[in-house]
Design a protein around this ligand. Structure first.
Ligand SMILES: Cc1cc2nc3c(=O)[nH]c(=O)nc-3n(C[C@H](O)[C@H](O)[C@H](O)COP(=O)(O)O)c2cc1C
Ligand SMILES: O=C(O)C(=O)c1ccccc1
Length: 417
């Protein structure tokens, strides 16, 4: 599975131990309706045949609760927590819940096509696994499990610079799966150039540059525990395997591990960067560049005018600036401003299939998932992630049908109240 080809039919591969195996007839029948809805049937049928419920929860709240119970206090606070008092994290959910879908009837929704192409990357659905660093704090296989689960379903994954495994190790686990690289843009140009060259050589096709995390946000849960994975050498794999980074150390890591962390902390980020610096990335990356963490229409226009290819509208899941607006509330105006010229992606608060539908209706070309797939990773490694992804895709597919839509380009703001 690791190095195998990406299946055309997402039902033909994926979860092994989550009780979700469907026989060929069932998969074939469901394929006629849409490739993902079959997961719902397989859960019911497996329940009938084995008397067993699914191995992991199927709903967003139950999933989060199960992960909350499973994780140790440090990782639990780090993954589930937000910045400040959590106002922006709540605003992200509230912005989804405030919007409602107005379904249409009798429109032949028997066959749906959710496939799309995003910045040259083909995907069976408008869903990517967003960049989440330090994944080994929730499961020892971390980003390797994520890469396998994403590739098994043919969904693109975005690897964080702060991953627990090196970008080459994750590329090997992803095999022929589509992959993008997220950059925490270092202060040191040599390290930046080296990371970009390595990412390109390892088959990452799109660069995602995160703009909202030059400093870590004020995170009381982590501060009260003095919990920061990097201080334990977690999330440094790409740096500790980088010749340009290692060249900056005065002594070998084995002799002075603390000095390596201090060196990392000093070059991890550069808050003095401005729009004009983006030319440097353009010069050193062949391929599309996406700016992540845009909330103002003027910044979206600047991204367009600076020659970037896409943006992620989002607020880092409410982990950075507490009090920032709910991400979905920023989307409509930005999509109207630049949607024809830039690929507008969305993240922050996506928890259900209907959330995906709402974000697409308001102008996103695709969404990035964050915490939900990390909950799957925490609960069951690769099969846990596959389960979460299948649930989201099945619910999205069913929501398309039940609201009267068969193609992504049917979705527009008018289908919502
Ligand atoms: C534990 C954790 C680590 C994250 N690490 C990164 C990262 O390394 N790079 C990045 O751009 N975003 C990172 N993010 C932000 C996500 O990419 C995404 O913007 C956010 O999770 C979306 O919010 P949601 O999870 O509430 O949907 C991280 C998020 C979490 C929860
Ligand atoms: O914790 C985060 O939200 C995050 O983006 C991050 C920042 C630095 C390293 C790893 C993750």
């Amino acid at each position: 599975m690791v190095d195998g080809p990406v299946p055309d039919d997402p039902q033909s591969d994926g979860a092994q131990s989550d009780g979700a195996q469907s026989d060929e007839a069932r998969a074939g029948e469901a394929q006629a309706a849409g490739p993902f809805a079959a997961f719902q049937d397989s859960i019911y049928l497996d329940g009938l045949l084995t008397g067993e419920p699914p191995a992991y929860p199927t709903g967003a709240s139950a999933l989060e609760e199960a992960a909350r119970e499973r994780l140790d206090p440090g990782p639990r606070g780090y993954v589930l927590g937000g910045a400040g008092g959590g106002a922006t994290m709540r605003a992200n959910r509230e912005a989804f819940e405030r919007r409602r879908i107005v379904p249409r009837m009798l429109r032949d929704v028997g066959t749906r096509d959710l496939s799309c192409s995003v910045l040259g990357t083909e995907s069976p659905a408008p869903v990517l696994l967003g960049p989440v660093g330090v994944q080994s704090i929730v499961h020892p296989e971390g980003e390797l499990a994520t890469a396998r689960a994403a590739a098994g379903l043919g969904l693109p994954m975005v690897l964080s610079t702060a991953s627990s495994y090196s970008l080459e190790e994750v590329a090997a686990a992803s095999g022929s799966g589509p992959r993008w690289f997220q950059l925490y843009w270092p202060r040191d140009d040599d390290v930046t150039i080296s990371l970009l060259a390595r990412a390109r050589a390892a088959g990452y096709t799109v660069l995602v540059v995160t703009l909202d995390t030059w400093y870590l946000g004020w995170r009381p849960t982590d501060l009260d525990r003095a919990y920061l994975p990097f201080l334990r050498h977690i999330g440094l794999a790409n740096y500790l395997s980088d010749p340009a980074f290692l060249a900056g150390l005065s002594r070998p890591i084995a002799e002075d591990p603390t000095a390596a962390i201090v060196h990392w902390a000093g070059m991890f980020s550069d808050p003095t960067k401005t729009w004009s610096d983006l030319a440097f990335l353009r010069d050193n990356w062949i391929g599309p560049i996406v700016l992540k963490g845009v909330l103002h229409p003027d910044d979206a226009r600047k991204a367009r005018d600076t020659g970037l290819n896409g943006i992620v509208v989002g607020n880092h899941g409410g982990r950075q600036l507490d009090g920032a607006i709910g991400a979905l509330d920023a989307l409509p105006e930005i999509a109207t401003a630049v949607g024809d010229d830039l690929t507008v992606l969305f993240d922050s608060g996506v928890r259900t299939g209907t959330d995906i539908l709402k974000a697409l209706a308001l102008g996103a070309r695709a969404v990035l998932l964050g915490r939900p797939y990390i909950y799957g990773l925490a609960l069951g490694g690769e099969p846990g992630i596959t389960h979460v992804l299948r649930c989201l895709l099945a619910e999205f597919d069913l929501s398309m049908a039940l609201s009267g839509h068969t193609h992504l380009n049917d979705l527009n703001p008018k289908i919502l109240t």
